[in-house]
Design a protein. Sequence first.
Lengths: 164, 164
Amino acid sequence: MNDIDTAAEPRWLNDTEQHAWRSFLRMQAQLTTRLGRELQAESDLSIADYDVLVHLTDLEGGRRRILELARELDWEKSRMSHHLARMAKRGLIAREECEADGRGAFIAITPQGQAAIEAAAPRHVETVRRLVFDALTSEQVAALGAVSDRILEQLGTPAPSCED
Amino acid sequence: MNDIDTAAEPRWLNDTEQHAWRSFLRMQAQLTTRLGRELQAESDLSIADYDVLVHLTDLEGGRRRILELARELDWEKSRMSHHLARMAKRGLIAREECEADGRGAFIAITPQGQAAIEAAAPRHVETVRRLVFDALTSEQVAALGAVSDRILEQLGTPAPSCED
DNA sequence: CTCTCTTGGTTGACACATCATCCATCCTGC
DNA sequence: GCAGGATGGATGATGTGTCAACCAAGAGAG
């Protein structure tokens, strides 16, 4: 029997950890809402729209299978499906049939989507710079990257299976 | 006329910045979904529920005005209102009238909410530890805190008004 | 005392994310 | 060639967040 879950004394965070954690959560929440709001106001795109469009423009073929897109962006397939439906309705992307696989579909960026992302990108980068990078030293940027990578690595490691 | 928005050459991110930024975004997204999923599975609470309940238990009086709660948690008042309605329907919190101000209401945690947060907290902390702090050195924890604080400071500073 | 302004809070419409389920097509073994 | 599973993707219900508009009660100014 494993008693991690029912242990008498949980390993609470110490003061430094507590502070770092609260700051991180608050920062992350505020930052994403600010980025989203400014992107929306300036370019009429959500962060999700932006990510999809950027990803599509990075492509040579200009089109991508739906689930492949989902894997690359690390989205759930149902999220992808719903979101692409909304984006298609707004004319930012288009579905194309897949000759080789009757089930599948390609997603391609439309000229309108192209125009939207080209207009949005410089402004968004400017926002990111103003809200984040202008405030950080290059050591801090490196540290942020290292911490992020380390946590990603940890997340990739599935939780140790606690069989008892 | 101000030409930040229409400048010929946007200040794109350099490679280091680009990498740090992408890692940060990915980490942040993955981490919040993982934390949310585990909390939901173990304790049947969302992160939002958790934040509200923790905040309410930290209080002496055990009750708080709604907008004050919103300010402290840094939520929009409409979000707070919607969320409290859902939590009340599940019996986690209760509304109490405010004698002094006919418009207002107090929010109090219910015994059921108390039980929920007491059961959830140790498990959630354990999850945070496993996914984040176990992976980081104490220098990295300090760096994460410092970077978060710095960005929060930057966010607090309203964008320089670009009147032209 | 009333007219306005502000404050505390709700509401409805909509975008977004997740889960579970479903459906069609492809693939594989026989 | 066909039964059964895997894959690509859509769908609906529900919970969550935002915006804008609204409403009721307090607070001042005259």
